[in-house]
Write a protein that binds this ligand. Sequence first.
Ligand SMILES: [Zn+2]
Ligand SMILES: [Zn+2]
Length: 596
Amino acid sequence: MPPVGGAAPACARSLAELLVALSAARALPKGQQLHGHLLKAGHLPAAASSHALLAHHLLTFYARCSLPDSSLRAFLDLPAPPSAAAWASLISSFAQNGLPAAAFHAFRRMLAAAVPPTDRSIPSAAKAVAAAADSTRPALAPHALHGLATKTPFAADVFVGSALLDMYAKCGNLPDARRLFDEMPERNVVSWSALIGGYADAGMHHASLLTFRSALAHAVQVNDFTVSCIVRVCAAATLFDLGAQVHARSTKTALDASPFVGSSLVSLYSKCGLVDCAYRVFTAASERNLGIWNAVLIASAQHGHTATAFQRFTEMQAAGFRPNHITFLCLLTACSHAGLVDDGKRYFSLMRKEHGIEPQAEHYAAMVDLLGRVGRIPEALDLIESMPMEPPDSVWGALLMACRMFKDADTAAIAAKRLFETGSRSSGAHMLLSSTYAAAGRHVDAALARKAMRDAGVRKETGLSWLEAAGEVHTFVSNCRRHPRSTEIYSLLEKVGAKMEAAGYVADTAAVVKDVDRDEKRATLGYHSERLAIGLGLLIVPEGVPIRVMKNLRVCDDCHNAVKYLSKCTGRVVVLRDNRRFHRFEDGVCSCGDFW
Ligand SMILES: [Zn+2]
Ligand SMILES: [Zn+2]
């Protein structure tokens, strides 16, 4: 609340109270009416200090109604010079309405006007720095702002400190975020959450979890933001057991009713292969936001429940939610996973025509993927040529994947050339090109492509698979024997392998040649990393519980086939998540319908 200058006349005071109420209700038309009245009655521009309060309330009213330009006009109607509080409100209006550059500019103007920064203007400026895209943010801004804050009386203020910490975290500077956190004389749930969320966004899952544990140990009353961060970490690292524990905890504290927690839970269960649980969380959610609708859409898409995804999209609109670019990405992914070209094209044009959302690079990538998967490679190439922006790696990658599936070496060569021209050092692209040549029988070209990759100094990503059981994560690379139970794993896989062969499984030796992963190619066919992880799963995951394995690369054709047989011969359910989608193997069939 800004300081009231002098004794306000009763009329100004009641008008101010009315504005505050309209602000809280975001009642734009009524507020605009009142604004007109103030202008007509000569209350604005504010000459008397009593009316300064009115102009200030008007400023925050427009900020809340997401009209930062009108906020600026109200600011200009204030008697000069504007107070520190008025500056803070203006900066905050820009920062909270997605105009970080304007916010930071206003902050600089304020400093130039010799108005000292306060515990309100510093956090808003910090928010603006954090929100600025990496390319537009002055490199020194975070440190400059922090340095400035330490020279004010608010250096030890928990609100200011948390805002600066959040700024460092959102800029991806976790070491400085941590240092600030450690130096803070007092911390609150916002400070803890900022650090936990920062580690989560940076993919530093372990650090995020440790900080969360430490917050609980310090008896911090975590809020829905903290919980949704930690569930996101569990989803990203597919730490199912821990995620389920956090879910149980949040039910006790009623935090699970928050749509933020709900949407993280939906993606956690979906990513761990338990799509029914994901749907249950969604159905039970008392409050829904766009995030949770998108989360359930992507869950349906990832698990091949295409009709459900379309249905949810209809329901979502009926419930009054406007789809955003993520919604359409989910729908296109759903179409892609099911090979539904016509539906995909329909949604692709719908997003622009009916919803005014311009397709971004990832939407094009999804369309290229969709066309490519059904073999419409020339059409995919045409679409790429029509893109209004430079096609990113993901688009060429999707085309290359299609070329490999359909052994189209000529288009693969074009795609790879264009991809390498962008300066991409993607090892996957090099491997896809060489394996497309190999699949098309052009072994000399394949060898040359591999040599080009070595010459370019590109190192390929190592295939990794991991399995979480009883709170421990077991990681495998192909053909490794580092796991303490390796002997048992290998002998069990051999035993199961014999049963699989008896049931008709034939190892696809061609896959060895085609395989995109060179290390894995060298490895004995049976011992790709995912198979070792599944082998351990057979040993330690209790009967009746699905064996959940994650892999950082695409699962190869032969392993995919082998796991189908394995599920039949052992009666176990295996959920394998690779870098493209989910595979749920049960009784000899995979949920992807061999389409991945
Ligand atoms: Zn494999
Ligand atoms: Zn599959």
